[in-house]
Design a protein around this ligand. Structure first.
Ligand SMILES: [Cu+2]
Length: 119
């Protein structure tokens, strides 16, 4: 009983923390994953902090990789089950970025696209 109460208190605290956060002042991007496409909610976003949400709308497990053309760093989103969502906030500089799914041969099958990050 004490444990349940502690969990409830922790959940309430988490909610309070969330509610206290200011409205996000950064760009949002949805990436819908299906067999075998990646569909962006918008073709470009403004540089800076970008909240990216991978939404698995398919029937297979998918992930997401993101890398700037000519860049060395690859951002990774974990394997996501059908119906699942994973959100990461990245700091992106202007340029063109390649997005793809790294599962099996999904990239070759069409799960790749390009995002433009504006100044
Ligand atoms: Cu995939």
């Amino acid at each position: 009983m004490i444990k349940v109460a502690a969990l409830a208190a922790a959940a309430a605290a988490a909610l309070t923390t969330q509610a206290a956060q200011p409205a996000p002042s950064f760009a949002r991007l949805g990436v819908g994953a299906t067999e075998f496409h990646l569909v962006l909610s918008r073709a470009s976003v403004k540089a800076g902090r970008v909240m990216i949400q991978l939404q698995n709308q398919g029937e297979d497990v998918h992930d997401l990789r993101l890398r700037k053309f000519g860049g060395k760093r690859t951002y990774s989103f974990p394997l996501t089950s059908p119906g699942g969502r994973v959100t990461r906030t990245l700091k992106l500089v202007p340029g063109r970025y390649r997005l793809w799914c790294s599962v099996a041969d999904h990239r070759q099958l069409g799960m790749q696209t390009v995002l433009r990050v504006r100044r």
